[in-house]
Each structure stands twice: as structure tokens, then as C-alpha cells.
Design a protein around this ligand. Structure first.
Ligand SMILES: Cc1cc2nc3c(=O)[nH]c(=O)nc-3n(C[C@H](O)[C@H](O)[C@H](O)COP(=O)(O)O)c2cc1C
Ligand code: SF4
Ligand code: SF4
Length: 425
């Protein structure tokens, strides 16, 4: 049996699955249910200084695919709207009842040394195993100079981390980063300079999820008006994967532990983030949509994957995909792929042909088969191996991309004869 126990930025956890700071972690009963379901840890809903914030109603909008599946949630919720003391007592109680599970305190305060330090000290007194600084909330709180308003200014990230680290001492401190920035490595570097043990990313992406065309207002609507919110769920996973890999690949920030967040719904999502350098993962939207018991499948799936590959510990495959994550300039331009259609699997829908005709290279020929059937075959000389047909084909494994050996040695752009900046020799 694979050992899922791991250390995330110095926080020992029975498994890499934590709930992210959000409604699933905003009170005792939720977190208790989560621990009973098997989650290794929970990052408590972000705490601020009293008086608590006031939330608007409604709070969530969704982005759906054409089959009505939810690909992303947009929320305009603020931080915890319950009194600080009440939250702290509940954390204390859970820490006693579940000593083997992790509770991380998430916090946010105005740019004021005393405010950050006092808040951090109170949360630490409740017995949390780590602190996470919410530098990411992109709506409401940023209008008050907090959340992403801090996360977008590296000096403020560094400063707030330093203040909190002075109070936290050996207790690990994570900076939770906003994706609403050009280069994620910059705030990660700032967090490292401030003394952070790790970073957590991503928080939500700035977004308007839809417009109600009758009310002529963005959704979710609050008494006929809408505002931009924070987008999350499976739709943001690719953004998060890229940002996690950028921090893990950078020689300076690779020293930071990464608690990865963004669209994680299955064990496979989690494994992908770990393969790109994360020490653990956090989940919000999937728990909101499917409930806490999804962690069962996550634990089971990850264990099986590790057993199959003979990974005994998470560390055995952590970061293993980084060596193959390179800049475009390092790609082999002599590598050649062609699409191949398995005729026995083809249902003759024609989607590959349409896609290739209209948006690729007119490389799929439609022919007449026996008994009125149509045949779809690839014209090798025209196919550039772009993958479009493979992606639009509704039948799994019907189109296969096959490498075509051409006998040419690997050739990258810096050495390519057509590169005007190529160095001679
Ligand atoms: C309704 C809602 C409330 C959230 N509140 C917080 C919060 O208080 N503090 C915080 O750091 N992140 C908050 N988040 C962001 C999540 O912790 C997480 O970073 C984000 O949703 C991406 O993960 P996901 O794709 O698994 O949802 C919230 C997200 C949602 C949907
Ligand atoms: S890989 Fe691209 S170019 Fe080749 S057949 Fe498919 S869609 Fe056309
Ligand atoms: S998309 Fe797939 S199933 Fe449809 S015609 Fe092309 S190969 Fe056949």
C-alpha cells in the first residue's frame, strides 16, 4: 500500500488532500464532516479583524458547457462573516478532537504591522499547524486594499509575510497567491524573501461569468446589479498547473513548498500537480459540487497509481514532470507526428474532416465505402500532426497520433537554419 503521508512546507499531513479556504471550511460542523470523510487537512475560511464583513446575496454564478456541466464557479463572497472568537474556539475544539489532521489558519488584514501580527498570534493560539496569508481574493476585499490588492504588489507580499513570520516562528507560513498578475514568479520570490515556507496557489481568477440579457446585468445579481468575481473549478486547472510549474522550475523559487489549488476534482488532477512540483493539494469547487466523499476516490486512485508505478511515497514522483517541462525553444522541431484513423472504431460522424477542412490542413479525405458507408482517411503528406482531429473525435482511441521516424537529429529553434538570430557555427 502506498504511503500517502506527506510533509507540506513542514506541516505533516496524513494525505496530500486539504480543503481550500472557502465555504466548506467556514465552521466546525463542515470541517468535522470533512475530517470524518478522510480529508488530511483544511485551510480555514479566511479570518479577518472584527467586526466581521457583511456578505451580499446572491453570491455564485456558474459557467456551463453545452451539456449543462459546470466547468467553473464565479463567486463574490468575502472572507468569514462570523466573529473571530467564534471561529477560533471552533478551530481549538477540532484540533483537540482530530489531533492527526491539519488545520491551517487563513488570514487577511489591512496593511498594518500590528493588525497582521495580532491576528496571526490569535489564530496561532487556537493551535493551527500553519498560517496561510490570503493575498488572492480578487473581489470586495481588494477594494479595501486587501487580498489581491496586496498580492499584486511584491513589496507588500514580502512585508506581510515577514510580519507574520516574526510571530509564527517555526510554524510554517504560506502566502496564497493571486493568479491576476502577469508573472507568478514575482510574488513567489517576494514571499520567499519575506521568509515564507511555502506558497499556495491559485486563488480565484477575475471574471464576469455571464450576463443576464433580460436584466442586462452581470451574474450573480444582487438586487439587479452584478460585479466581477473570482473564478474557480475545472476551468482554471490549466492556469494553475502552469503557475505551479513556473514556481517549481524557477531556480530561486523552487525552494518554496507548493500547496497547489485550482480545479482539482480527481486523484489524477492531484497527481498532475504533484508531478509538477506540488507537495500537496487543496480543493474547493469540487467539494462544493460533489461533497466531501470525493476524497475517498482521490485517496484510492492516488494510492493505486503509486502502487502501479512503484512509488512508495509522494516524494518519489513529486516534480518528476518538471524535467520534461521546458521552454518552447527547447522543443525538437524535427519531431514528426501524423494522425491515423482506426477504421474499425470510426462512427463516420465526420467531425475530424470538418475540423481539418475548416481550421487545419485539409488532410482528411472522405471516401465512399461499402453499403453506403463513408470512410475517413488521413492524407499523410498534408497532415501536420496538430492533434485537432484527435481532440474533436467523439470516440476514444479512434484517432491515434503516430510518430513518423524521419532519421533527422533533434533540432531546436536556436539552431534552426531559418532562425535569423541563429549563431553561426
Ligand atoms: C465561494 C468561495 C469562497 C472562497 N473564499 C475564500 C477565502 O475566504 N479565502 C481564500 O483564500 N480563498 C477563498 N476561495 C478560493 C478557494 O480557496 C480556491 O483558491 C479557489 O476556489 C480555487 O480552487 P478550486 O478550483 O478548487 O475551487 C473561495 C472560493 C469560493 C468558490
Ligand atoms: S492532425 Fe491536424 S492536420 Fe493532421 S489530420 Fe488531424 S486535424 Fe488534420
Ligand atoms: S471524428 Fe472520429 S468517429 Fe468521427 S469520422 Fe472522424 S475518426 Fe470517425
Amino acid at each position: 500500500m502506498a504511503d500517502l503521508h506527506c510533509s507540506i512546507g513542514g506541516v505533516e499531513s496524513p494525505n496530500p488532500f486539504w480543503l481550500a479556504s472557502a465555504p466548506p471550511t467556514d465552521k466546525y460542523i463542515n470541517v468535522k464532516r470533512a475530517f470524518d470523510a478522510g480529508w488530511g487537512g483544511a485551510v480555514w475560511k479566511t479570518l479577518g479583524i472584527d467586526p466581521p464583513v457583511v456578505n451580499a446575496t446572491s453570491r455564485y454564478g456558474v459557467h456551463r458547457d453545452m451539456a449543462r456541466g459546470i466547468v467553473g464557479i464565479n463567486n463574490i463572497e468575502l472572507i468569514s462573516d462570523r466573529p473571530l472568537e467564534q471561529n477560533l474556539r471552533e478551530i481549538e475544539k477540532l484540533r483537540k478532537e482530530y489531533p492527526g489532521r491539519v488545520i491551517i489558519g487563513s488570514l487577511m488584514a489591512p496593511i498594518d504591522e500590528r493588525a497582521w501580527k495580532e491576528l496571526a498570534a490569535k489564530i496561532l493560539n487556537a493551535g493551527v499547524q500553519g498560517l496561510e496569508l490570503n493575498h488572492g481574493c480578487p473581489h470586495g476585499m481588494c477594494e479595501r486594499g486587501m487580498g489581491s490588492a496586496v498580492g499584486q504588489v511584491p513589496e507588500m507580499v514580502e512585508q506581510t509575510v515577514r510580519w507574520v513570520k516574526e510571530v509564527a516562528g517555526k510554524i510554517p507560513v504560506f502566502a496564497k497567491l493571486t493568479p491576476n498578475i502577469t508573472d507568478i514568479v514575482v510574488p513567489a520570490e517576494a514571499a520567499l524573501k519575506g521568509g515564507a515556507d511555502g506558497v499556495a496557489l491559485i486563488n480565484t481568477v477575475n471574471s464576469i461569468v455571464s450576463v443576464n440579457l433580460e436584466a442586462m446585468s452581470p451574474t450573480p445579481m444582487v438586487d439587479g446589479k452584478g460585479t466581477h468575481g473570482g473564478y474557480c473549478g475545472t476551468a482554471v486547472k490549466p492556469i494553475a498547473l502552469n503557475m505551479v510549474s513556473a514556481i517549481a522550475r524557477d531556480p530561486e523559487t523552487s525552494a518554496l513548498a507548493i500547496s497547489a489549488i485550482g480545479g482539482i476534482t480527481t486523484w489524477r488532477d492531484a497527481a498532475e500537480f504533484i508531478a509538477l512540483g506540488a507537495q500537496g493539494v487543496q480543493v474547493c469547487t469540487a467539494a462544493m459540487l460533489y461533497g466531501f466523499r470525493i476524497v475517498d476516490d482521490m485517496i484510492d486512485g492516488l494510492s493505486r497509481f503509486m502502487e502501479e508505478h512503484q512509488y512508495r511515497h509522494i516524494g518519489d514522483f513529486r516534480g518528476k514532470a518538471l524535467r520534461n517541462t521546458v521552454d518552447w525553444n527547447a522543443l525538437n522541431l524535427n519531431f514528426d507526428l501524423k494522425a491515423h484513423i482506426h477504421q474499425d472504431k470510426c462512427i463516420e460522424c465526420g467531425r475530424c474532416h470538418i475540423a481539418c477542412e475548416d481550421a487545419a490542413h485539409q488532410a482528411i479525405r472522405v471516401g465512399a465505402g461499402a453499403n453506403g458507408h463513408r470512410t475517413f482517411t488521413v492524407i499523410n503528406d498534408e497532415c501536420v500532426g496538430c492533434n485537432l482531429c484527435l481532440h474533436v473525435c467523439p470516440v476514444e482511441n479512434c484517432i491515434e497520433m503516430k510518430a513518423v521516424p524521419n532519421g533527422l537529429p533533434p533540432l531546436t529553434w536556436p539552431d534552426h537554419p531559418l532562425n535569423p538570430l541563429r549563431k553561426a557555427g
